[in-house]
Design a protein around this ligand. Structure first.
Ligand SMILES: O=C(O)CCC(=O)C(=O)O
Length: 253
């Protein structure tokens, strides 16, 4: 069921766009080159040592939010024109960046990222579409913390947020999803998946001797408005409730 495209031709095929809209996820091979992935991985390893871990104390991963604001090299990745072009083609609406994040699963971390949706955590209203570009900066086979998705689950738009450490949270909220097929997508360095912000997804623990480096850029409908609910990237910015997120932290692409 995996639809895979390669950006070698510079554009996504119609088949890929339709598959994304059906399944809520698609794999794009070589969204960046292996050489770019190696350069970004080096920057990610350094940033991981310098930035503040937003998920301190959690075994699931180390999470560094808005690294594009702190590191010039990772900024190139978050703002990469190929990511923005593919995201815009898949979403079908003008987009802005909500935030990026570096997600490092340490070697032998012993914890999966449990099934959850992303959108319920965000202080957003009126969104027509939002999606994440999850880019592998190292080869990510199943054993190193690769992602698993439940295709079609993006139609569940009324669930409360599910904890990333709660193995059963999503399935208590939506029992039918327990019986749906799952799609596990290993990635080579430089490949990515795009997933809909309502698509249920998880990631395996890292059983290997190397850290799993993934960089995620989250794109949201440029017209999304702010609800005022608390979130680490928007608290204290003085945003106006009911207005679009017009702020330098959330550039349009
Ligand atoms: O990389 C992971 O472990 C989980 C990533 C995730 O949940 C996301 O990108 O939305």
């Amino acid at each position: 069921m995996t639809t895979t495209d390669s950006t070698a031709a510079g554009r996504l095929s119609e088949e890929t766009i339709l598959a994304y809209r059906r399944d809520g996820v698609v794999r794009i091979q070589n969204i960046i080159t292996a050489a770019e992935a190696a350069r970004f991985r080096e920057a990610a390893a350094a940033a991981g040592g310098n930035a503040t871990d937003n998920s301190r104390g959690s075994a699931i991963f180390n999470q560094y939010v808005n690294v594009w604001r702190q590191d010039d090299v990772l900024r190139e990745l978050a703002l990469h024109p190929r990511l923005a072009a593919a995201a815009t083609a898949l979403a079908g609406v003008p987009l802005r960046i909500w935030h990026d994040q570096l997600l490092i699963k340490p070697p032998h971390n012993g914890a999966a990222t449990e099934f959850h949706q992303d959108a319920p955590f965000w202080p957003h209203a009126g969104s027509r579409h939002a999606l994440s570009a999850w880019v592998a900066l190292i080869d990510v086979p199943v054993e190193r913390g690769c992602m698993t998705f439940i295709p079609g689950s993006q139609h569940h738009k009324d669930l409360l947020g599910q904890g990333l450490a709660d193995r059963d949270g999503l399935f208590r909220a939506a029992p039918d999803l327990r019986w749906e097929e799952r799609l596990t997508i290993p990635l080579r360095a430089g490949d990515c998946t795009f997933h809909n912000s309502y698509l249920a997804h998880s990631a395996t623990p890292n059983l290997t001797d190397d850290p799993r480096f993934a960089h995620v850029t989250i794109f949201i409908d440029a017209e999304t408005t702010y609800t005022g609910d608390s979130h680490v990237v928007s608290d204290g910015l003085g945003l106006t409730v009911g207005e679009p997120l017009d702020h330098e932290l959330f550039p349009t692409v």
